[in-house]
Design a protein around this ligand. Structure first.
Ligand SMILES: [Zn+2]
Length: 480
């Protein structure tokens, strides 16, 4: 993601949000006994236990859940912008990674009317943003959970730096950007980038409204009784925060990039004047990054400009979204670089966010360099000259949970990459980026893995370089 203007400091609403998650992580004692006593002890080699209420990210203890891995989400949802009412069924296919007497999903708000596991009614309860489902599963069991729910979505509001995120009702529909943990504001999920899954969307909206999700349409939209249904599929693994259900009145242009990648561009009527530019630039820049970083990882690319005044853009998979402004080439280059860095390769823990933002910011510098505007060295020099103590005081290699999107994660993260490039040379740096992308395609990554690859590529230890740029609270010497 990238903010439009200004510097980045504390993200206090985010802290409040994660703290309230944390508060709800105490094991919930079932209000009612688990459903129809099944002979779990008899058929389980070891006793079934509760899946943990968080996935194990120390920065966001309530985010995600333990005990299972999601493989696929099918979201059949209807949204009525007039009533601000969202309802439907989420079907979640998963595999147990331990014997499970119960497991949790993340869900904020809504009334849950029914939960089934493998077709049978399951007992459930709610506490904070946790939905607990009582079950009887063996380690390695594949299972399917359905959750029927409805209500008015409640986005996360009031963050000084992130503004509002999650499922945000707008005048004509919805603006949906969920980084870092807003997926729970619209569907029950394992809401953490460590658990990626493929997605199907069956989205129903009033006739005249367009519903945009990730991936590609699998059939033409169908209108019946004043309602139109859009079927979208993202066939590559996706982090929950990258899923979207953006709805409203949109002008749409589709076609192929010059390199042959399908492009879907959509603009709110207020931004109709930028539709062609969005279409053309998104295609052109996706083609360019395909040469620099390796083949585009997904089946289509594109972008959406909505009139919700978010003041930021988010790299929603295959369809970055720009909230209330006309995107320039630089921010399009940033969001599309995330399709490789963040989306295909996703972080395992939020502390490694520089692997997304440092890379996407460096991509902005590369875009300017590749187009003869200014070299990355110029950008580095300028960033170094403009840096305040705050930047040197915030080592970006361990993002702070109370200040996740600090400018250092972006700028000093990009400077770290430039320092690496200067140290090992272009002949090694660019092939290394392609190898990083190829080796971890559709997977999860850590800073340690990146440092290992850099040292392998360099044929020497680079501990001092990474310590100086990523981990120390002092100003490193200038490079280049
Ligand atoms: Zn970004």
């Amino acid at each position: 993601m990238r903010r439009l203007i200004g510097t980045v400091s504390g993200v206090f609403a985010l802290v409040a949000c994660s703290a309230s998650n944390g508060a709800s992580t105490a094991p919930s004692s079932p209000a009612a006994p688990p459903s129809a006593s099944s002979p779990s002890v008899a058929r389980s080699a070891s006793a079934a236990t509760a899946g943990t209420t968080g996935i194990g990210d120390p920065y966001f203890p309530g985010d995600g859940n333990g005990g299972y891995d999601v493989t696929h989400y099918s979201l059949a949802l209807a949204y009525d912008p007039g009533r601000k009412h969202l309802g439907g069924t989420a079907t979640v296919e998963a595999k147990a990674v331990q014997n499970l007497s119960q497991f949790n999903m993340d869900l904020h708000g809504f009334t849950v009317s029914k939960v089934t596991v493998d077709g049978a009614d399951a007992q459930f309860d709610r506490k904070g943003d946790e939905l607990t489902v009582y079950t009887d599963l063996d380690d390695q069991d594949d299972f399917k959970v359905t959750v029927a729910y409805a209500g008015t979505p409640e986005p996360v509001r009031g963050s000084a730096n992130l503004g509002t995120y999650g499922f945000v009702p707008t005048a004509d529909g919805s603006f949906v950007t969920s980084e870092p943990n807003g997926a729970k504001t619209w569907f029950p999920s394992n809401d953490h980038p460590a658990d990626k899954a493929t997605f199907d969307f069956r989205l129903t909206v009033p006739e005249g409204v367009t519903a945009i999700a990730n991936g590609e349409l699998t059939a033409p939209p169908k209108t019946e009784g004043g309602q139109t249904t859009f079927l979208w599929r993202e066939s590559h693994p996706m982090a929950t925060y990258l899923a979207t259900m953006t709805t409203g009145k949109f002008s749409v242009r589709t076609g192929d990039s010059p390199g042959g990648i399908p492009v879907y561009a959509a603009t709110d009527p207020r931004y109709d004047g930028v539709l062609d530019n969005l279409f053309t630039e998104s295609g052109k820049i996706t083609d360019h990054w395909s040469k620099v970083f390796g083949p585009y990882p997904f089946k289509s690319t594109g972008g959406v400009v909505d009139d919700f005044d978010a003041g930021y853009a988010l790299e929603n998979q295959t369809k970055p979204i720009y909230g209330g402004f006309e995107p320039d080439q630089s921010i399009i280059a940033h969001e599309l670089a995330h399709q490789w860095f963040g989306n295909s390769l996703s972080i395992t823990r939020w502390k490694d966010l520089w692997l997304n933002e440092g890379f996407a910011t460096y991509a902005e510098w590369l875009w300017a360099e590749d187009n003869g505007q200014a070299t990355a060295q110029n950008a580095f020099d300028q960033a170094y000259a403009n840096a305040t103590d705050a930047l040197w005081d915030y080592p970006p290699g361990e993002t702070r949970p109370d200040d996740l999107f600090n400018a250092s994660v972006y700028i000093r993260g990009a400077m770290a990459l430039h320092a690496l490039r200067v140290a090992i040379g272009d002949d090694k740096f660019f092939p290394m980026l392609k190898k990083w992308v190829a080796d971890h395609k559709y997977g999860n990554v850590t800073t340690e893995e990146f440092i290992e690859l850099a040292e392998q590529t360099a044929g020497r230890q680079l501990g001092d370089l990474f310590d100086a740029w990523l981990f120390e609270r002092t100003r490193p010497p200038k490079v280049g």
